[in-house]
Design a protein around this ligand. Structure first.
Ligand SMILES: [Zn+2]
Length: 139
């Protein structure tokens, strides 16, 4: 089951608004009009955004999912290569990706369930973020 369909399964009355895009009533607040945007990325990640201002973690808690459920594949499969000649957009995407990984791992750390692999991945994320910094400033 894809990450987006897990979310869609738990959000009653979600309406598809385009390819890989849905809108649903937000489960985390008393939502009169649909204000939860659900998107599925090409890489299988699912992005949630509540226009009512809910945090993604609150939306996830309301439907009994965790950040890990927003990923289709295990985290280690989400490791885009860093190479020279990045465009600003690619750098932004890389940063956003690593930030997602870090927030996911922070969640696991808070729950006291960090594994050794997670710690390795976290160290990798830190290294990649600082490499991205160097690339940004190197322009
Ligand atoms: Zn909401």
């Amino acid at each position: 089951m894809s990450a987006a369909s897990k979310v869609l399964d738990r959000c009653a009355g979600a309406k598809q608004t385009g390819a890989g895009r849905w809108i649903a009533r937000c489960p985390a607040h008393d939502d009169k009009s649909p204000s939860l945007s659900i998107r599925e990325n090409d890489d299988g990640r699912c992005l949630l955004h509540c226009f009512g201002g809910c945090e993604t973690s609150d939306v996830l808690a309301a439907i009994g999912l965790s950040f890990a459920d927003l990923f289709d594949k295990p985290l280690e499969h989400h490791l885009p290569p860093i190479r020279g000649g990045f465009s600003a957009r690619e750098l932004l995407e890389l940063n956003a990706h690593e930030a997602t990984v870090v927030s996911l791992l922070a969640e696991k750390a808070a729950a006291g369930s960090l594994t050794e692999d997670d710690i390795k991945r976290l160290t990798q994320a830190a290294a990649r973020l600082s490499k991205a910094q160097v690339l940004v400033h190197g322009r």
